[in-house]
Design a protein around this ligand. Structure first.
Ligand SMILES: [Cu+2]
Length: 316
C-alpha cells in the first residue's frame, strides 16, 4: 500500500461532481512514530465553511421516526436537509441516538455529516478557525452520503456528551447547511444498546473496504472504521455495464474528471474518524451492480479510491 505524503496544493476539479471536493476531510497522513505531526494540510484558500448559514438555523422538536433495525428505546431525532438549510434540535441526549435524515430532492443532493468538536472548543471556534478546524477541532462520527431523490436515511450513532456540528454538503465551497448542537447526558440508564444490524462493513485499516458477502444495502448495517489514523467513508455508486473496479480506480487516479463513469450516488456511509462506527438504514436499491468507495483525499488531493479503496456488490 502506498502512503502519499505529497503536500502539493490542491487543484480543485472545475465542474467536478459534487462529491469530488472532499478536501475538507483531509487528514494528516500517518507519520510512523505517533509523535511527530505530519505535514500541514494545505489550505485551499477558500472559505470552506463560512458559517454564515448559522443564521438560518431553526431548532425543531425531536420527532418520532421509524425504528432503526429493531425496536430499542433510543432517542429519536430528525434532521431535515432542506434546500434552504439543515434543521434539527439544538440539544440531543447522549448515548445511542437514532437520527432520521430527511432530504429534499434537488440536483446537487444532500450529504449530511456529523462531527464532534474537540473538548474546550465550540461551534463559534470552529467558525472562526475555518478550514483549519477540520484538522484541529473536528472528528467525524457519522454521516449519510449524497442523496439526490429526496430519500430518507436512518442513522444511529453512539454520542458522548459535548459540542457537535452537522453539515450538509461540507465539500462544497460553502456548505448548504450547518447545524451546531449539544449532546448531553444519556436520557436513561439503558441507553447503551446498539441497533441490530444485518452485518458489519469494515472500512479501514488502510485502504480496506470490506462488506459482508451478502451485503445488498437492504436493512440496517454497521460501518466501522478500523484505521488508527485515517478518516474513511463508504459511499454507494451504481455501476453501468462494462464499468467495474479497475475503471473506477483509474478514474480516481486521474483526479475524478467529469463525467463520472457511474450512473449516480445512492447514499452510503459518510466519513467517520479512526475507531468510530455508525449504523445506517439506507434506501432500498434496485437490482444492479454497485460499489462502496471512499473519496477522502490524500495530501495530494487524490481520493483513497485511487489506491483501491472500493468494493463491488450486487443487488439481485
Ligand atoms: Cu478512505
Amino acid at each position: 500500500m502506498r502512503t502519499r505524503r505529497s503536500s502539493l496544493p490542491l487543484t480543485p476539479q472545475p465542474g467536478a461532481h459534487p462529491g469530488a471536493d472532499h478536501d475538507a476531510l483531509r487528514r494528516r497522513p500517518p507519520t510512523g512514530d505517533g509523535d511527530t505531526p505530519g505535514p500541514r494540510t494545505h489550505r485551499s484558500g477558500r472559505a470552506l465553511f463560512a458559517l454564515a448559514s448559522l443564521g438560518v438555523l431553526v431548532p425543531t422538536a425531536a420527532a418520532a421516526a421509524p425504528a432503526h433495525g429493531d425496536h430499542a428505546d433510543r432517542p429519536q431525532i430528525t434532521l431535515e436537509a432542506g434546500n434552504d438549510g439543515l434543521t434539527g434540535p439544538a440539544q440531543v441526549a447522549g448515548g445511542f441516538v437514532d437520527f432520521t435524515v430527511t432530504t429534499e430532492a434537488n440536483e446537487i443532493g444532500h450529504s449530511v455529516y456529523i462531527a464532534r468538536i474537540a473538548d474546550g472548543s465550540t461551534a463559534a471556534d470552529v467558525a472562526a478557525a475555518g478550514q483549519e478546524a477540520l484538522v484541529t477541532m473536528l472528528t467525524f462520527v457519522g454521516g449519510v452520503g449524497t442523496v439526490h431523490d429526496g430519500a430518507t436515511v436512518g442513522l444511529t450513532l453512539d454520542l458522548e456528551p459535548g459540542n457537535y456540528i452537522a453539515f450538509d454538503n461540507v465539500f462544497l465551497p460553502e456548505p448548504t447547511g450547518v447545524l451546531p448542537f449539544v449532546v448531553g447526558d444519556p436520557a436513561t440508564a439503558e441507553y447503551d444498546e446498539a441497533p441490530e444490524a444485518e452485518g458489519t462493513v469494515q472500512i479501514g485499516p488502510g485502504m480496506l473496504i470490506a462488506p459482508p458477502p451478502d451485503f445488498d444495502g437492504s436493512g440496517t448495517w454497521r460501518f466501522v472504521n478500523g484505521d488508527d489514523t485515517l478518516t474513511h467513508e463508504a459511499l454507494i455508486v451504481r455501476l453501468p455495464d462494462g464499468i467495474g473496479v479497475p475503471e473506477l480506480v483509474a478514474w480516481g487516479d486521474e483526479g475524478r474528471p467529469e463525467p463520472a463513469p457511474f450512473e449516480a450516488e445512492f447514499a452510503g456511509a459518510g466519513p467517520i474518524g479512526p475507531g468510530e462506527e455508525q449504523w445506517l438504514t439506507l434506501p432500498e436499491l434496485e437490482p444492479g451492480n454497485y460499489a462502496l468507495l471512499c473519496y477522502v483525499p490524500f495530501e495530494d488531493g487524490l481520493p483513497h479510491l485511487s489506491d483501491g479503496m472500493i468494493a463491488p456488490f450486487t443487488v439481485s
